[in-house]
Design a protein. Structure first.
Length: 661
């Protein structure tokens, strides 16, 4: 039977291995098969009547999730052999590797422990034990997990329905749906990387577990390349660079809420100013909206019921007095009832996004079709309650701003607006040096607002816009927002790591919920379409991604300081001050280092701060009204240049690339 033919023998289900053996195809290094677009390991019987079957070998990209998840099982086996009494939780594959969460009662995992675990894993792998798949009833599984004394797996079991399976290798067994490699012998290229804390199910109200991270590949050379990338990523970590370059800080009295120092604020404001200049060019109007609203706004928008766990609620003293009185007069029966009573009396919500307030602005006056499309932008500060177990540096914070804008338009204008936005997105990412951009269309989730007819129109509008540009795209089923589908822009940084940043979402629901309308050319009332869009996304997150992408070396147009002046001796300090004033008068970001340090130390300090240009000043430079210029990006001494020549160079480089023509 050739690939693509239908299997007609439905009497006895076969595994992928059996089908390929019957074909006489290569079995060595075979990990799994892809059947009608779904991946099956070699332990799992294939569905009857399948149409296509494709082998997946260990060296292929599609094998990575299987190899990594299988390695996580071997790691858990090693941990429980070395540290008896340790309980296991979740252990999935990830884009970068795998992890497993543990509840170890006798201590935390050290670096020495990780090395011991790796050695034990190597012993298990050398045994080349086959993975075995078993289908069990829920009662059988419950009895097994009780016998193994695995409380986290037991809790998870109660959430599951349908066919339930376990996988075994040697004597170790785990509740798991797979898929897995044929045997442990396939897992020869792995490395445990670090340990972190993680709350059970990501909820800080649950026990804190220990999460061991690792990675695995089908070939040792790929692992070696990845480990080198990890080392480079550590050097570029935005939290490390943010501190070293005096850009950001954190304080325990403002958890998960970054502080931007003067240097960091220059970059942050530079990002916003860059976007604002685009807004002027593209016909956007900026508004400023409140941060605190009566929670009725979020009930109308649907955010309160759908987004409650991620919102901050607020109340006045009057609200608290009314809540206290209600609790005294009608004592709640339990904690849940008490929480419900408090929710009723907390009157205000702190906005987690701008879209509801923009609906209010649109609806504040009578609108005409002649005003559309109306592109309204807002850099307002947003607050979202992220669990402490998931916050991280600038990439997951509780307070942030977005380059957030909404386009209110007619249905006939939607495609043109999407096309314009696609052009704008690619222009912006090229300005920042991101060249690998992937487009994903995320469709309706299970939990959503509005009926299917509305979602059909919204999804079609997005797809039509992308196809009108002739761009390749992927579909992410069920990954849309609860109020509308979206186009996501996934880009890769200098280390090849993917990030999802920009988005545009077609929303027919919020205009309906807020009863928004405009007067059309027929003098009748019509409902607008609302497009939610952002390019950078969260400015905080983009700051962190960009900082790592450039390794701290911001382009000249965005750098906190574009030029640092260093003097050979204090005799030239007055000249340095006059040059600094001259260049600052042109709007250039210049600083003078007039410290008592030696010249070499001053130059080294400027280099460590990743300043694009260093201007050395001595007698010759003062006499010629110039600077001895050194370039970071060209990694060269540019020689003596007049101050006007330096200013001319910086004036050009102070503009983003797409604005220089």
């Amino acid at each position: 039977m050739e690939s693509g033919e239908t299997q007609h023998d439905t009497a006895q289900p076969k595994t992928g291995r059996q089908v390929l053996e019957e074909r006489g195809e290569k079995i060595k290094n075979l990990v799994a098969v892809e059947v009608d677009g779904q991946v099956y390991d070699l332990h799992t019987p294939l569905p009857a009547g399948f149409e296509t079957l494709r082998p997946i070998y260990a060296h292929q990209q599609e094998a990575l999730p299987i190899i990594r998840h299988s390695t996580a099982h071997v790691m858990a086996d090693a941990v429980q052999r070395l540290f008896p009494g340790t309980k296991v939780a979740f252990g999935p594959a990830t884009d970068a590797g795998f992890y497993y969460d543990y509840d170890r009662p006798d201590g935390t995992f050290s670096d020495d422990d990780l090395r011991a675990i790796e050695e034990k894993m190597a012993e298990i792998i050398a045994q080349d034990s086959p993975f075995r798949r078993e289908v069990m009833s829920k009662d059988e599984l419950r009895a097994l997990l009780q016998e193994l004394d695995e409380p986290y797996k037991l809790e998870h079991l109660e959430r599951l329905d349908g066919e339930l399976t376990v996988y075994r290798h040697g004597d170790w067994v785990d509740l798991c749906e797979g898929p897995h490699v044929p045997s442990t012998g396939f897992l020869k290229a792995f490395k445990l990387t670090h340990v972190a804390g993680a709350y059970w199910r990501g909820d800080e109200r649950n026990p804190m577990l220990q999460r061991i991270y690792g990675t695995a590949f089908g070939q040792p050379k790929l692992l070696k390349k990845h480990l080198k990338q990890i080392e480079e990523a550590k050097k570029r970590d935005h939290r490390k660079l943010g501190k070293e370059l005096d850009l950001i800080a954190f304080h325990p009295l403002a958890p998960a809420s970054p502080f931007f120092t003067p240097r960091g604020a220059r970059v942050y404001n530079g990002l916003c100013d860059y976007v604002r200049e685009l807004y002027d060019e593209q016909g956007y109007e900026e508004v400023i909206t409140p941060q605190v609203f009566d929670k009725e706004l979020f009930e109308t928008s649907g955010h309160l019921p759908a987004y409650f766990e991620n919102m901050f609620l607020a109340g006045s003293k009057d609200d608290l007095e009314r809540a206290a009185k209600a609790l005294v007069e009608r004592p709640p029966a339990d904690a849940e009832a008490c929480e419900h009573s408090l929710q009723e009396h907390l009157r205000y919500g702190i906005k987690p996004m701008n879209c509801p307030s923009h609906c209010l602005v649109f609806g504040m006056k009578r609108r005409s079709y002649r005003e559309l499309p109306w592109r309204v932008a807002d850099f307002g500060r947003l607050h979202r309650y992220e669990r402490s177990g998931v916050v991280q540096g600038l990439t997951r914070v509780r307070t942030f701003a977005q380059d957030d804008a909404h386009i209110f338009c007619t249905m006939e204008q939607v495609q043109d607006e999407i096309v314009k936005f696609l052009d704008l997105v690619h222009r912006v990412y090229e300005d920042f040096g991101f060249t690998d951009v992937r487009i994903v269309v995320a469709t309706r989730p299970d939990d959503r607002l509005g009926d299917d007819a509305i979602w059909d129109r919204a999804e079609k509008a997005l797809v039509d816009g992308v196809e009108a540009k002739g761009l390749p795209y992927e579909i992410a089923e069920g990954e849309g927002a609860f109020y509308g589908p979206k186009i996501e822009f996934h880009l890769k940084d200098a280390l090849g790591r993917p990030w999802q940043l920009g988005t545009i979402q077609a929303d027919f629901n919020l205009p309906e919920r807020f009863d928004l309308s405009y007067i059309g050319p027929d003098n009748a009332s019509h409902r607008p379409v609302m497009l939610h869009r952002a390019i950078l996304g969260s400015v905080e997150r983009f700051f962190g991604v960009l900082l790592e992408h450039v390794g701290g070396s911001f382009p000249t147009w965005l750098a906190p300081e574009q030029l640092v002046l260093v003097t050979v001796a204090s005799d030239f300090d007055d000249y340095a001050r006059s040059v600094e004033a001259e260049l600052r008068a042109e709007g250039l970001r210049v600083r003078s280092d007039l410290s008592n340090e030696r010249l070499g130390a001053k130059i080294r300090a400027a280099r460590l701060m990743r300043v694009p240009y260093i201007g050395v000043i001595g007698a010759k430079e003062r006499e010629s009204h110039g600077l001895a210029l050194r370039s970071r990006d060209e990694n060269a001494d540019l020689g003596l240049q007049t101050v006007e020549e330096v200013a001319a160079r910086l004036r050009v480089e102070s503009r983003p690339p797409s604005f220089r023509s």
